[in-house]
Design a protein around this ligand. Structure first.
Ligand code: XIL
Length: 315
């Protein structure tokens, strides 16, 4: 049957994956699935600050360009990830004074966004990532602690100036259901837009676990953001399981994938679903959540799992 991207396109949505540069360079099977099944790409790491500007004003775009060139060759759109985050940002940034940190942020955004501003493959950016704590207060990051919450509006304005046509997103995890964190996000987006800060889109990472119940109000939550006038998107979907695979766990995981795709399909303003990789061989999950894994839609040998069939059948 046809690839995921064929079905997604017919529904007016994208189906995407995050890509890592090393298997993209080295593995034909990885490349073939990435090219054949998906029509949207996010760089898993290659566009992050530590990759693009490891030292002050010394930029390296080899990995970012590799991803963008692959996407262009395969008629895929790229979502830039991510400009301002508390992780994977070099130490030299974290130690700056407020004045210098603000200048470094604006300069980084201008340079990275500016590089792809006239490239039609790169259509959107995660401008700020993970700015909230679970209780809905602003995350106590070096950004917030040095600059206050104003860095968020400043970052969006800098990104708009660097590429007036790019869709600019705020992205976070554990905001899939209606809860304190997603409500803080909702209030911030509402406030920023009322102040004409150019926030166009909200990304829901959706790093889910079968250990926790499915957020059954996902569609309702996406819709309340859509009603603010923003695009919404699922940006980093995976569904981890505890321990080893069983058919029961595979089935439960597949149900989660079905539910996420269905929620996006049901919301007109939902642009699509990006899965955080596609093969369990390269998933970030086992490194980050000890004892958990098998979160994606292909196994370690590039065979399709029930979760692949779930996404395919939902689209
Ligand atoms: C993860 C990558 O998958 C890993 O390879 C890397 O070591 C750490 O970052 N939220 C995000 C992503 O926004 O950038 C993170 O990606 C996963 C959590």
């Amino acid at each position: 049957d046809a690839a995921l991207r064929v079905h997604a396109q017919a529904r007016g949505k994208f189906i995407g994956t995050a890509l890592a540069t090393s298997p993209l360079a080295n593995e034909t099977a990885y490349r073939n699935i990435a090219a054949g099944e998906f029509n949207q790409i996010t760089a898993e790491n290659a566009m992050k600050w530590s990759d693009t500007e490891p030292n002050d004003n010394q930029y390296t775009f080899s990995g970012a360009d590799q991803i963008v060139n692959f996407a262009t060759a395969n008629n895929q759109q790229v979502h830039g990830h991510t400009l301002v985050w508390h992780n994977q940002t070099p130490g030299w940034v974290q130690g700056l004074s407020a004045t210098n940190m603000r200048a470094a942020m604006n300069e980084h955004i201008a340079t990275v966004v500016g590089r792809y501003a006239n490239n039609p493959t790169v259509v959107s950016w995660d401008v700020v990532n993970e700015v909230f704590e679970e209780n809905g207060s602003f995350r106590s990051s070096f950004w917030y602690n040095t600059l206050g919450s104003g860095f968020i509006a400043d970052a969006f304005r800098a990104a708009r100036a660097a590429d007036p046509d790019a869709r600019l997103c705020i992205n976070d995890y554990n905001v899939e259901g209606i809860n304190a964190k997603s409500t803080a996000m909702y209030n911030l987006v509402s406030q920023l837009r009322s102040q004409n800060v150019p926030v166009d889109c909200v990304g829901f990472q959706s790093h889910l676990s079968t250990q926790y119940g499915f957020p059954n109000d996902l569609q309702q939550n996406l819709q309340r953001f859509a009603n603010l006038g923003v695009q919404v998107r699922i940006t980093e979907l995976d569904v981890r399981i505890q321990g080893s695979r069983t058919s029961a766990k595979d089935t439960q995981q597949a149900t989660y994938y079905t539910n996420v795709v269905n929620a996006c399909l049901a919301v007109t303003a939902c642009a699509g679903v990006t899965i955080w990789g596609f093969t369990d061989k390269y998933s970030w999950v086992p490194d980050t959540f000890p004892g958990e894994g098998f979160a994606l839609i292909y196994d370690n040998n590039y065979s399709q799992k029930p979760s692949y069939t779930a996404v395919h059948n939902a689209l």
